[in-house]
Write a protein that binds this ligand. Sequence first.
Ligand code: AMP
Length: 121
Amino acid sequence: MSYDDENIFAKILRGEIPCKKIYEDDYVLSFHDINPQKKIHALVIPKGKFIDLDDFSINASSEEIVGLLKGINIVAKKLGISVDTGKGYRALVNINEHGGQEVPHLHFHLFGGERVGRMVE
Ligand code: AMP
């Protein structure tokens, strides 16, 4: 499967669709999920064109990998849910069909602000 330039997060990255931005740097963009499942539900996406976590693990540069992981921590801090600023959170990535991935651009969900509950429904 090749990367679909018309996916909704690609459009957000190009500024064609608005988002409620939390944070942005050279490697990541973070914004609030449009349909939050918990009190805090943020998304963190790499700026590069990666379909899913496997694609990212295989094809991203070391800088992009570090940039994404550091970005997740920066966002968690900004939201007050990181271990040093709050009570923790869940980072979740859905991958492809069985993972329930709907948008084919890699994204980390960050859930927090309350107890997140069972790991898998
Ligand atoms: P996934 O099922 O892991 O692919 O999750 C896709 C997520 O993207 C869902 O939680 C949606 O609510 C969220 N989403 C879809 N469109 C938008 C949008 N325009 N802005 C913010 N979040 C979105």
